[in-house]
Design a protein around this ligand. Structure first.
Ligand SMILES: NC(=O)c1ccc[n+]([C@@H]2O[C@H](COP(=O)([O-])OP(=O)(O)OC[C@H]3O[C@@H](n4cnc5c(N)ncnc54)[C@H](O)[C@@H]3O)[C@@H](O)[C@H]2O)c1
Length: 301
């Protein structure tokens, strides 16, 4: 949102039913721009049609999602919501209610790496219902591009991290680890910790989203957004522990259900199409992230 405000749009509208989203995360944007927030389920066609028409929306960035860990307990909801939001948006753009769709996919659509590095032609082998919903939604967007000529691009980010990331239910490893250490509890590694991810700082992804929108040559394509580097979960957790001066033991628990083993994105297409280059190193990004949680999150002990 902050990055969109930099672009000085004529109008900026957020649709979020606050399934996991938090109003407090919008405060900075609200202080800088007269954004309008609709507390609305984006998979409701009629409601979305009304908002898009009333607000004269031209471009939709679709980030709304039910996250991966939720699909372990309620797979039906992940599937229905993640696919239906995209179906609604595809239908509305097909009917010329808005002009351009920038859809956020996920590297989870690939499943575990069958080859390193993973380019956009890597087979789709989703390991969780969440990942399946992300893969299906992408195919839906591509099918609307092909059949109806909609103006849409698909960014496929690998793992993201940074300030304001959800640290509550279904939170990812970085916010959880920071929060546990802040509360005086040892971090947890699920499995052996040797599983890898390609972690990109949130502002690099936000910059890429603007560049994808601004470059017409990204249309009808899926584009990886990543650093091109992989890092083990163990390294992430030990780095956070080191920075936070936590020198007690780390707990090991069973491998997470259907956990991806290895991820490392090939970013050649993004480099070619949008001149993509990350600006924030993991060392700087993790430092800034920890600082943010320390300043903004109160731990109840
Ligand atoms: N975070 C990552 O590591 C990561 C990695 C790859 C791809 N992505 C993708 O990037 C996008 C954003 O991810 P994120 O991590 O910021 O997610 P997030 O969970 O922080 O944000 C998603 C938002 O969608 C909202 N939402 C859920 N259901 C909704 C509904 N029916 N209607 C309206 N809003 C709804 C939630 O309340 C939340 O604010 C998603 O498409 C995700 O798949 C994220």
């Amino acid at each position: 949102m902050d990055r969109l405000i930099d672009e000085k749009p004529a109008n900026l509208v957020i649709v979020d039913n606050f399934f996991l989203g938090k109003q407090r995360n919008l405060q900075h944007a609200k202080d800088n721009f007269p954004i309008k927030v609709y507390n609305q389920d984006a998979s409701d066609y009629d409601a979305m049609k009304e908002i898009i028409e009333n607000e004269s929306i031209d471009v939709v960035f679709n980030l709304a999602v039910i996250p991966l860990l939720s699909s372990h307990v309620n797979p039906v909801n992940d599937w229905n919501v993640n696919v239906n939001i995209v179906l609604v948006l595809c239908e509305l753009i097909r009917k010329n209610k808005f002009s351009t769709l920038i859809h956020f996919s996920s590297s989870e659509a690939y499943g575990s790496a069958k080859k390193i590095v993973m380019d956009e032609y890597h087979p789709l082998h989703p390991t969780t219902p969440y990942a399946a919903s992300k893969a299906a939604a992408d195919l839906l967007v591509l099918s609307y591009c092909e059949t109806f000529g909609i103006d849409a691009s698909i960014m496929r980010p690998f793992n993201n991290y940074g300030p304001r990331q959800n640290e509550g239910s279904y939170a990812g490893v970085i916010p959880i680890t920071i929060k546990r250490i802040m509360g005086g509890m040892p971090p947890i590694i699920y499995g052996d910790g040797e599983q890898t991810r390609d972690y990109i700082y949130v502002t690099d992804t936000a910059d890429a989203a603007i560049d994808v929108f601004n470059n017409k040559n990204t249309r009808s394509k899926i584009i990886n957004i990543a650093t091109g580097q992989e890092i083990t979960i163990k390294k992430i957790i030990t780095t956070i522990a080191e920075i936070m001066e936590f020198d007690e033991h780390i707990i090991y628990e069973d491998t997470r259900l259907a956990d991806v083993r290895r991820h490392r994105g090939d970013i050649s297409l993004a480099e070619k199409l949008i001149g993509f280059k990350t600006k924030v190193s993991f060392e700087d990004g993790i430092q800034q992230t920890i600082e943010w949680y320390k300043e903004n999150i109160i731990i109840q002990t």
